[in-house]
Write a protein that binds this ligand. Structure first.
Ligand SMILES: [Zn+2]
Ligand SMILES: [Zn+2]
Ligand SMILES: [Zn+2]
Length: 354
């Protein structure tokens, strides 16, 4: 008997297969369902999830244990890894963890708002620069971790800001209330410690650094991205309003990260097709259209349509669709309608859509 490819066996009977269950895919789906519960935010978060936090913390790969263990909050919210061969890691959570990594479950936000920036755990932050400006375990880094127990970005920012108080002399023997309190905790030189906390924040990429926030997005405002083409309508993800960092976790984030900037050019695409002429000799205008939607079909759906002519073409448009219960198909059709409306006088319009 000839060998039959497993892909063929998985096909339905009508296509010559035997409806074989794809066990691996099913197991992955089960593991991702467990992970989804684990990643719920309070009050929906199950009690076992807190126990798993603790187990993961104990099983963290050694190099990530250089920070105080209480600062390892969640490997999918931060960027530390769990050692999956660790004894005492139950199989169900090992599978949950490995499957989450396989499908790159991670924090992802297009333009995180200040509220989310502040709530993110600071240590092993997903948005840490490749090369640290201020290492984790210098003298004050240790004080920040072990004396002050500062965990979130907001904690570090609040610590740094205590030096701004009018009453603080920023000297070692300062008699301001914050310095008295910090020294009582065991901090040798609170003002120096706080300056270090401020420096530690610059370990974060700008989009995650609350000190750099204003150039991106003030809550509810249009973002002002330097050098932005004024012809483009910026697409503002207004739904990125998370109460807990867990809510910003997404699956398949590797793709999302690689395309997280709006596509402003794609020069090679148009060169071989446009401009051209129709059979009657009239000039043909070619436009590519697309539409997309997140939370498809729900009350909170956010959808947009795009038109693209050429790289840097002033007529390229991105449109944020108004209303609720939007779908990707509405966005696709709106893109085509917008293309037609924008080209009322064009004798021959070619729309390339999907
Ligand atoms: Zn002081
Ligand atoms: Zn200190
Ligand atoms: Zn499309």
């Amino acid at each position: 008997m000839n060998a039959i490819g497993i892909e063929n066996l998985r096909r339905p009977y009508a296509e010559g297969g035997v409806n074989l269950l794809d066990v691996r895919a099913r197991n992955d789906a089960v593991a991702l369902t467990v992970l989804q519960s684990y990643m719920k935010s309070p009050p929906e978060r199950p009690v076992w999830a807190y126990l798993v936090d603790h187990i993961f913390r104990l099983c963290a790969v050694r190099r990530y244990q250089t920070v105080d263990s209480s600062l390892l909050i969640n490997p999918f919210v931060q960027s530390w890894d769990v050692y999956t061969q660790a004894k005492g890691l139950p199989l169900v959570f090992k599978r949950m963890y490995s499957t989450g990594r396989k499908y790159s479950v991670s924090i992802h936000a297009w333009s995180p708002q200040v509220a989310l920036q502040l709530k993110m755990p600071y240590w092993w932050h997903v948005g840490t620069k490749g090369k640290l400006v201020s290492v984790y375990n210098d003298k004050w880094g240790k004080c920040i971790q072990r004396t002050h127990h500062l965990s979130s970005v907001g904690d570090l920012l609040a610590h740094a800001n205590k030096n701004q108080a009018a009453t603080c002399s920023e000297r070692v023997n300062c008699a301001c209330i914050n310095c008295i309190e910090d020294r009582a905790l065991g901090c040798e030189h609170p003002p120096k410690c706080r300056r270090n906390a401020g420096k530690k924040l610059s370990n974060l990429l700008d989009i995650w650094n609350p000190l750099k926030a204003s150039q991106y997005i003030a809550v509810g405002a249009q973002p002002q991205i330097p050098g932005q083409d004024p012809e483009w309508t910026p697409v503002v993800p207004m739904h990125e309003n998370y109460a807990y960092p867990h809510e910003a976790a997404r699956i398949f984030t590797l793709d999302a990260f690689s395309t997280c900037r709006p596509t402003l050019n794609n020069e090679h695409m148009n060169n071989d097709i446009a401009p051209s002429s129709s059979a009657e000799g009239a000039q043909v205008i070619t436009v590519w259209t697309d539409g997309s939607c997140s939370d498809n079909g729900t009350k909170y759906a956010a959808a947009g349509s795009g038109l693209w002519y050429h790289a840097q073409n002033a007529r390229n448009r991105a449109i944020r669709l108004p209303g609720e219960y939007l779908t990707n198909n509405i966005a696709e059709v709106m893109a085509v309608i917008a293309a037609i409306q924008d080209n009322g006088n064009v004798p021959c319009l070619r729309i390339i859509t999907d």
